[in-house]
Structures are given as C-alpha cells and as structure tokens.
Design a protein around this ligand. Sequence first.
Ligand code: PEP
Ligand code: MN
Length: 342
Amino acid sequence: MIIKLGSGHTAEHVDAVCRLAEAEGLKPVVEYGSLITVICFIGTFNGRYQAIMDQVRTMDGVDEVIKVSAPYKLASWLEHRERTVVDIGNNIRVGGQEVALIAGPCAVESAERLDDIARDVRAAGATILRGGAFKPRTSPYSFRGGGEEALKILRDTGLKYGMATVTEVMDTRQVPLVERYADMFQIGARNMQNFNLLDEVGGTNKPVLLKRGMSATIEDLLMSAEYVLARGNRSVVLCERGIRTFETSTRNTFDVSAVPNLHEKTHLPVIVDPSHATGRPELIPSMALAGIAAGADGVHIEVHNAPKEALSDGPQALLPAQYRELVTQMRRVAEAVGRVIK
Ligand code: PEP
Ligand code: MN
C-alpha cells in the first residue's frame, strides 16, 4: 500500500499515518519530497488490507492511497510470507525442502499394469502415484477412463506400495466419488477455469493439484487457486504443464520461468509436469532437471511399461528404467540447489 500526502500536509499527519501502520504490525517507509510525502506500508496485512486502506483514506493530510496488492488475497505471497507445505497424507508432503515425485501412467488401465508400474516408480523414489480414471480426451471416441473401477485399483495399488494417490476430477458430480478413493484431486489444464468445480473441491478437505490451463496466464492460475482457497481448502499445489504457443514441434511450450515467477507471487507449492509440457520422452529428463533447478517443489511424470499399448498418452511415457535413471539425476540437481529427494 502506498500513501501519498499532498501539499499542505504536516509532520503530525505523517506521524499519525506511521503510527497506524505500526499499530497494525506493518513497517512504514517514508520518502519526503519537496511538496509531497510518500509512505509505503510493508509487511503482512493478515486480511486487513481493505480495512486499513479505508481507514488511511479518511486521515488528515492523505491525498491518495494506492493499492499494490494482488487480486488473489489468500494465494498471495505478500499477504502471507510463509511457504505452504501441503500434506497429502501417508507422511507425504509437497513443499518444504523435499522435492516430491509424482509418477504413474496417464490412465489406470488394469490392476496388473498399474501394479507393475507402481512397483517400479516406487522403487525409483516416487511417493505419489498418479493415474487417470476420468480422462479428458480431444476425441469422444478415445478411451475416457475406467471410472470407479479404476479408482479402486488406484487406491488399492497406492495402499500396497505405501504411496499417496492423485487422480483427475473433471466434473462436480465426480467429486464425492474421487474424494472417497484418492488422496489428492487433480484439476486438469482443461478445467482450470471450471469455477464450479474449483468451488466444489474447495469445499472438501482433500489437497488439490491445480494444473495451469493451456492459455492461462500466471494471474489466471492464481485466481483459480484463490477459488479453492476461498472455499476453505488451503491445500493447493500448482502445476506448470506447458502452455500453447505457435511452436508445434513440442506438445506444449514448457514455461520454466513460471516456477520462480509463481514462487515470487504465492506461498503455494509449485510443481512441474514435463510430460505434458513437451509430449516427447527425449525432452522430459532435461526439462525435469530444469524444473528442479528453477525451484520446483515436485516433478510429475508419466511412466508406462508398454507405451505402445497405452490407452492414452503412450507416446510421451517414460519407461520405468528411464524413470529410474532420471530420478538419479534429479537427486543430484536437487542436492545442488539445496533440496532433497528421499
Ligand atoms: C494428465 O495429467 O493426464 C492430463 C490430462 O494433464 P493436463 O490436464 O495437464 O493435460
Ligand atoms: Mn496424460
């Protein structure tokens, strides 16, 4: 918040504004000009931004109060200044010093297949198992997911390997069902601005993995997170999964700068998904490492043991052996930037 005191203001007016800041636990920084004085309020507003603004506006000597806060209050770093660590259950967290590894097939296809993949990614170091039961597909004739049966398989496999589970919810009607089986909701890129769905998961107490929409700005993503937070659910993890640009040689364009950019603007954890961001297995390892180097709190990768037979996103899947090798490299980069992969 910036407060401008115009010509004719007195030292007492400046003093009164500074005292108000201090009473609110804020630091007033004063800049004196020849005619005007500018005072900056710095600190944590604890949800009192508007109230303080309204009060300052009525004070003697004050000409103008300029809002410099973000439109997303609950997601804003400036309003909170403490990094959120999201607890997924099973002693698994996203945020903090650890880099979380999320891995699994695009879709849950069968119990045997998921078991094989889960065993391998768990052995490699992943702690969160992914797999879609409801798949958003460009064509209505493509495989659209195994529904509740797939959710049961995901839950049972997660339990067997001591992994938390995350799966996509596409519609408000699916929320109770997904809530029953999974540890974390995934809101996919195509649904990032499905505001009713955001409201609905915001009313639960399960963590939410919110993926950036293909043409969403950083502010759009944060406003969507705000929907979930505003409903009372404070466990939101953001995911950079590539945006659509004019480039056609990759599935999407991986915006790695989104990671530090988001960390500057929000206290929420930020992970990367180089699988959907590139769509090309040969590019995934370097982009995963770049994501960690940029400060990502987690890496989300699709792994399949027979990509040619996969019912969705086979061409971008890493083989379990490639994933294992990548985790070794991710551990090194994590360590180099002061993070850890257990
Ligand atoms: C997925 O995770 O399989 C998926 C469909 O992701 P996105 O919403 O990022 O495309
Ligand atoms: Mn996929």
